[in-house]
Design a protein around this ligand. Structure first.
Ligand SMILES: CC(C)(COP(=O)(O)OP(=O)(O)OC[C@H]1O[C@@H](n2cnc3c(N)ncnc32)[C@H](O)[C@@H]1OP(=O)(O)O)[C@@H](O)C(=O)NCCC(=O)NCCS
Length: 172
């Protein structure tokens, strides 16, 4: 099932937040807030929510342009039903949104997610990454190697700098 945040009722959103708090070692209210305001992909099994991911719009600077970016957030699968294709199903739904609506797909992955994204053809960003903060462009070296992209129509130099827009909480 795929739906915009505005189309999901409070019980479904609460179930998704609870799923993610259980799936990640650390997942707080700011992480959940970053997952809102875009399209959610949800997988239910027997009435129970077992997998979630969402894609929200951001603007990323690269090569002198601001690209309309579909940013993937909060991809998580309940621990007892992993390696059964639910993560892949969530990403397939989100990729359809990204290819239809954005110039570029992007995400920041924890090492647990790397095999999934690599298996789906997402590319690890090799160049430096940074953020456009109220104080100007700031390098975010902790994210070097953790950012993955899915090119759609954006012209990308994979060795170049990729700069995310500003937000409260974790920038990537
Ligand atoms: C990462 C996560 C979403 C994967 O979900 P999943 O439903 O198990 O993924 P899938 O079953 O679709 O796996 C697809 C492929 O990804 C790769 N993969 C997924 N998890 C893997 C793992 N732990 N080790 C190695 N490869 C893995 C495999 O190639 C797998 O295909 P296979 O099972 O046929 O070998 C899930 O493990 C999870 O919720 N982890 C905790 C939260 C997290 O880290 N989320 C991602 C943060 S960026």
């Amino acid at each position: 099932m795929i739906a915009h945040t505005a189309q999901l009722d409070a019980a479904t959103l609460d179930a998704a937040a609870a799923l993610l708090r259980g799936a990640f070692l650390q997942f707080d209210d700011e992480d959940w807030a970053h997952a809102l305001g875009g399209m959610h992909a949800l997988v239910h099994e027997g009435g129970r929510l077992v997998a979630h991911g969402s894609v929200v719009q951001r603007r990323f600077l690269h090569g002198g342009r601001a690209w309309r970016t579909g940013y993937v957030e909060a991809v998580g699968v309940a621990a007892d039903v992993r390696r059964r294709g639910h993560g892949t199903a969530v990403m397939a739904a989100l990729e359809t949104v990204i290819r239809g609506a954005y110039e570029l797909g992007a995400l920041s992955a924890t090492p647990d997610g790397w095999p999934l994204y690599r298996s789906l053809g997402w590319q690890s960003w090799r160049g430096p990454v940074s953020a456009l903060t109220p104080a100007g462009r700031v390098r975010t070296p902790d994210e070097d190697g953790a950012v993955f992209v899915l090119p759609v129509t954006a012209r990308l130099d994979p060795a170049g700098e990729l700069t995310c827009d500003w937000r409260d909480g974790p920038l990537w």
